[in-house]
Design a protein around this ligand. Sequence first.
Ligand code: SF4
Length: 483
Amino acid sequence: MKLITNRPEFYNDICEEIRLFLPRAEITMEGGEEDGSLSLMLSTGEYFDASAVYRCDEGEYSYTHRTPYRGGSEVIERRYAKRCMKAACFRAMRKAFPKKLIPWGSLTGIRPTRLLRELISTEGYEEAKRLMLEEFDVSYDKFLLAERIDRIQRPVIESARPDEFGVYIGVPFCRTRCLYCSFASQIRTKKTDMAAYLEALHRDIELGSAMAEAHGLKARSFYMGGGTPTILTERELDELLDKICACYDTRGREFTVEAGRPDTITEEKLRVMKAHGVSRVSVNPQTFCDRTLRLVGRDHTSADIEACYELVRRIGFDSVNMDLIAGLPGEDETAFGASLRAAEALSPECLTVHTLAIKRASRLHEHLDEYDLPSVESVERMVDMGHETAERMGMEPYYMYRQKYMAGNLENVGYSKSGSICIYNIDMMEDGMSILAHGAGAMTKRVFEGGGRIERVPNPKDIDTYIRKIEQTNAEREELFSL
Ligand code: SF4
């Protein structure tokens, strides 16, 4: 479809809004209007007035949204202009698709909990609530969810000191590629030069930790993710953890390792992790249905997951997370309910319920027509079932994020038993503090002014480029932390 607007700088934001209703729409600012069009104009004065007209085969739908213009910096002006245009676009298209389930309303791109926290601090609770419900069209249930998570996160966010940061270590290799994966993760084969990658990663950690020390910064949490970090051999993992512990003060700090896929976990690797002070382990089934596990390309069974979980407990880990995905191909509410019951029986401290996102870089997106995906309504019920199960397990939702192309425009929610929340997840998702990231594709970010400004330095995704540019990337990181 064609987008006609006098504020082309918001093209991407407007496209996200359109795709809430038309997920696979090709949107262009050139060409004709034969496949439909959206005209979206903003005028400014005492008010922002955004007028949207959506034209399609069925007719013409329009809406004008007005927001008071309070003045302020260029950044604030831009923020209000964008919100006003998104609201007008959302409501015009809402008229054309009145039955479409869009529980987070016009919110795209921003984390709902972060927005709510900002609104409460600038506008007060009542106005924040009104804005979420009436300006952004968020459903009441989702508002309550965001509010509940905000209450749990607040003490963690407020306890962050300006000289603290989180450390991420990435191992972007896996055994097989999951159907829905869009990460720049590689399959580890006999030809993989893991020694070269690990040598660079060790150097990256040395340089980054020295830079942090020089700036008087202290790590408050550690997170090793991927990929699948446990793809490393016992010896490689031992040496990597030795390096991390030698470069950073990890004592008494939260330290999570994504043990991810059970087919990569051994007793010896878990003992190595335990000996280095790893305090939290993620064992991620995604589903307990063997048929689905095969379908999505995970080379293990549900029995492997259960055996792995028992092993993790036997080695003495008392903080375990499990990830499940609602909306996997071929699954319905009965299948998802069985996975939830299996997770409940194992009784981890944390449960993360993801909603399937069909990312453009995934095999699933490429072959979408070959898969039987559950309806949006069904996925929504699965998400609710996840919530009910977590409550039964004595958990509370403690962090949440949304991604593009998620089924039903829903959310991913992390639940936790009391005292087991992952600080890194909150700091990372809510931009509560800076993150120093090591490894190919990892993103270092510096958070200024309590999250008011964020600057990033990405590590190259391509492994060879990452290895070659270690010193250069570190120099950019140095510059970022010298600002
Ligand atoms: S385990 Fe994660 S990173 Fe690896 S292929 Fe699957 S989704 Fe991608």
